[in-house]
Design a protein around this ligand. Structure first.
Ligand code: ADP
Ligand code: MG
Length: 328
């Protein structure tokens, strides 16, 4: 049975696990990490975020270690994307029910692959014994004053989302037995739930254009409402404009289920953001040149709250959206 120190050395050491960055003076192994911020100082601000995944709450207990590791880091990278930040370093606080070496190997290999892809370095953490829980703190940089926030959406701004919406919720609904999936849809949808793609490049590009931004973790309406509430405005979106993958047509006929998955399903980790009308043309030109999929779904207005129009009628959206502590 490996000790806590064996686990750290074997599965979470910097050389094996992540990108080696020049700005890490001292990584894992001492009481704390030392990071060189002098290069970034003055031109940049440090952006920090933490996200915790609890087994049985944020992922089903039987989720593979590869998927757990991927998602734990991906949701943190997504927070960096939503701030328009370039991610740099992360720490990992992991609580393990036992020291299962196969599990640890699979977990650390998957974490490592994603860390290398996004050039982020694991610089420390904590390893404890108890029910499975993974908490990652991530740090990144934005050029000073350029961070994207939730509180600066303005009247007449256009509301956009990246990618397609609702796929992760559809995968979860199928897993919970609310619907059946065609065989050929399963892989794609499970990837969408377990392996969200952090929209870092889009976030960096949005710093030049967007007035506000959030990543969609709790559901489109709930997350857009964070923007409108923080900005003291309201919004109307049009259901027919929301980009859906072909999986919705292929797998679902129940209109109420479709509406609820698209509007209130979480876990997509796409970006929802607002673009001032005056910048819309330039923004769309650049986005088209770079082949990034974004779709305009509505507009910011003065009436508080978020409304969704479908078939020319307002949908009753009261009570949709996942909230910890109230829904469980
Ligand atoms: P301390 O006793 O000072 O809290 P620890 O024994 O918890 O130190 O950790 C020793 C070193 O290993 C520290 O540098 C810490 O950041 C790192 N570490 C511990 N657990 C992890 C982990 N899960 N992932 C990455 N680094 C870790
Ligand atoms: Mg410690």
């Amino acid at each position: 049975m490996p000790s806590e120190f064996d686990i750290i050395r074997q599965y979470f050491t910097p050389t094996s696990i992540s990108q080696k960055r020049d700005d890490v003076v001292l990584g894992i192994g001492d009481d704390a990490a030392i990071l060189d911020v002098s290069e970034h100082h003055q031109q940049h601000q440090l952006v920090q975020s933490v996200d915790t995944l609890v087994a049985g709450v944020h992922f089903p207990i039987e989720t593979s270690p590869q998927d757990i590791a991927y998602k734990a880091l991906a949701v943190n990278l997504s927070d960096m994307a939503a701030m328009g930040a370039e991610p740099a370093w992360f720490t990992l606080a992991i609580t393990l029910p036992d020291a299962d070496e196969k599990w640890l190997k699979d977990f650390s290999e998957s974490l490592s692959a994603l860390a290398k892809k996004y050039r982020v370095q694991l610089i420390g953490g904590d390893t404890t014994h108890g029910p499975l829980c993974i908490s990652i703190t991530i740090n990144g940089f934005v050029p000073t004053g350029k961070a994207l926030t939730r509180h600066k959406a303005q009247l007449t701004d256009k509301i956009y989302v990246s990618g397609t919406i609702g796929d992760a919720a559809l995968a979860l609904a199928a897993w919970q037995g609310q619907c059946l999936l065609r065989e050929e849809s399963i892989d794609y949808l499970q990837q969408r739930l377990n392996r969200p793609k952090p929209q870092i490049d889009l976030g960096l590009l949005l710093s030049e254009y967007a007035s506000s931004c959030i990543d969609i973790s709790d559901g489109l309406i709930a997350d857009l409402k964070h923007i409108t509430d923080s900005s003291d405005v309201g919004a109307t979106i049009y259901f027919e404009n929301i980009p859906l993958s072909k999986e919705f047509n292929l797998n679902l006929t129940d209109d109420i289920l479709i509406t609820s998955l698209v509007l209130s399903g979480g876990d997509d980790y796409e970006l929802c953001f607002t673009i001032p009308s005056a910048k819309q043309a330039d923004f769309e030109k650049e986005i088209n040149e770079k082949y990034i999929l974004v779709t305009c779904i509505g507009e910011i207005e003065s009436k508080p709250g978020v409304r969704c129009i479908k078939d020319d009628k307002e949908i009753d959206i009261q009570g949709i959206g996942y909230q910890h502590f109230t829904d469980i």
